[in-house]
Design a protein around this ligand. Structure first.
Ligand code: CP
Length: 301
């Protein structure tokens, strides 16, 4: 594994190794072995969790960290992304951690760039957010031991969600019973045979072991046929009463950022159930430590 671009390109032994490294880092039982390498954060879109946890992960591993500021860089003077990346490599960057709105960024630059820099996808458009899926997987394993045959329900703006796509790719590989709940205006076009789709919230959450709420990604669409926030709140917002009635023991997940009182009520978010969302954020650091460790142990750079 030279790059971490999407879950589809990873085999199960690589996923298992990342989970294992993350667990041992969390227990304080693994000594980092990649100190001195350099990671560069190149974020074309805003982020709190992913950026902060990648930065902290690299620091905890003893790596050097560069924060590339896209808006003040020489991209604004006409330098191409390819030339920028090749120059960053020349300066000493080993790992380039990129967040972008471009679904095809990694496929394009992995082929175009002529230096052996290692790419890490920190969220690409609507297509993939592999480290989010890995940290969600770790959180589920900690709570449930396995996802096999567990009903996992992903709710909300699935059409625009890279988190949903990466989770579905990963969870179906591990034989989870994956359900999606969305109104027609947030239903994805790329439906799969191994996922069950509902427009009714209760059908999706009934007896679920995991419910994963998603933010409405307003930045990814101008207008959608029939999309109406009030309709969404009325029919798809999660609250404690619904969970108590239909899936009392379910774990509540959300990749963040949460829009309070849209996809989840504040009372649910602030309840005991809502705390798992912060555990996800915490696991993000360990997963990203594991990813950096693994890429630098095996990478050629
Ligand atoms: N889950 C997630 O990617 O959050 P950020 O956008 O804050 O990084």
């Amino acid at each position: 594994m030279k790059h971490l671009i999407d879950i589809k390109s990873m085999d199960k032994s690589e996923i298992a190794q990342i989970i294992s490294f993350a667990r041992t880092f969390k227990l304080g039982k693994r000594k980092p072995s990649v100190s001195g390498k350099t990671a560069c954060l190149m974020f074309f879109e805003n982020s709190t969790r992913t950026k902060a946890s990648f930065e902290l992960a690299a620091q905890k591993l003893g790596m050097n960290v560069l924060n590339f500021d896209c808006s003040t860089s020489s991209l604004s003077k006409g330098e191409t992304i390819r030339d920028t990346i090749e120059n960053l490599y020349a300066i000493g960057v080993n790992n380039l951690i990129v967040r972008t709105s471009d679904n095809n960024f990694f496929q394009r630059y992995r082929d175009e760039v002529k230096v052996p820099v290692s790419f890490i996808n920190a969220g690409a458009g609507e297509s993939a957010h592999p480290t989010q899926a890995l940290l969600d997987f770790l959180t589920m394993l900690e709570k449930l031991a396995t996802v096999k045959n567990k009903k996992i329900c992903i709710i909300g703006d699935v059409a625009h969600s890279r988190v949903a796509r990466s989770n579905i790719e990963l969870l179906t590989r591990y034989y989870a019973d994956v359900h999606v709940v969305a109104p027609e205006y947030f239903m994805p076009d790329d439906k799969r045979d191994d996922v069950t789709y509902h427009t009714n919230l209760i059908d999706g959450i009934r007896d679920a072991s995991v419910i994963m709420a998603l933010r409405i990604q307003k930045e990814r669409f101008d207008e959608l046929d029939g999309c109406d926030i009030e309709h969404f709140i009325e029919n798809y917002q999660l609250n404690s009463e619904l969970i108590q009635e239909y899936c009392e023991h379910a774990i509540l997940l959300h990749p963040g950022p949460v829009n309070r009182d849209v996809e989840i009520t504040s009372e649910l978010l602030d309840s005991h159930k809502g705390r798992t969302i912060l555990e996800q954020a915490q696991n993000g650091t360990y997963i990203r430590m594991a990813v950096l460790e693994m890429l630098n142990l095996r990478g050629t750079n």
